[in-house]
Write a new protein. Structure first.
Length: 204
């Protein structure tokens, strides 16, 4: 998409900033979700839209991300297993949530190649809708500014802020940080090998 070469299947989906994906907020044209869905023509999303002719490729909102992660489950993880428990604290490898994530995602206690350990997509089980790596592997950027949790039908996040939402946890975090409900954030310009992204589009 970007006209570059090299890297691996795992590397292709991490070490990319929100600004790389959509363009910086102070770029021209202005990138200002949620007021508009504009992206910079030189960003990944701008080039992808131009190459495919599909104008609505984008990042998911935080609400959309959680909806597709859960696939209609209400449990700690998206396999629907109510035996996984979360007591509100981070945990070591004690099995309270960690044992339940082994089949679903790459995280601190099962990743095979730390400390640079994002894995190719598809190495763990998908959720009920066929989506892989919504738990662990890499955090995923969302459109929203980080603010108070949202609610309602397909809500949008804060109208402004200094950090963008990331969801899903990653390979260097405990399982409790990879829960369906876990929220975190980073500055839009941040890049590291624990943050990647997922594309969405509106079907006709």
């Amino acid at each position: 998409v970007m006209g570059t070469t090299g890297g691996t299947d795992a590397q292709a989906k991490h070490t990319v900033s929100y600004d790389d994906i959509r363009g910086a907020t102070n770029s021209t044209p202005a990138i200002d979700w949620p007021s508009n869905r504009t992206v910079n023509a030189d960003s990944f999303m701008g080039k992808l839209r131009a190459k495919t002719g599909i104008p609505d490729f984008d990042l998911p909102t935080e609400a959309q991300w959680e909806y597709v992660c859960r696939a209609k489950t209400t449990t700690v993880f998206n396999d629907g297993n109510a035996a996984a428990k979360y007591d509100g604290t981070e945990e070591n490898n004690n099995g309270n949530t960690n044992g339940f994530l082994n089949a679903l995602g790459w995280y601190k206690f099962n990743d095979p190649t730390p400390p640079t350990a994002a894995q190719p997509v598809g190495g763990k089980l998908p959720n009920a809708w066929g989506l892989y790596d919504t738990h662990g592997n890499v955090w995923e950027w969302c459109l929203d500014w980080y603010g108070t949790p949202v609610s309602g039908s397909d809500p949008k996040g804060a109208v402004s802020g200094s950090n963008r939402v990331i969801r899903g946890g990653c390979w260097k975090y405990t399982a409790s940080s990879c829960r369906s409900a876990r929220r975190d954030y980073n500055t839009p310009s941040s890049r590291n090998n624990g943050i990647g992204f997922r594309l969405v589009r509106t079907l006709p």
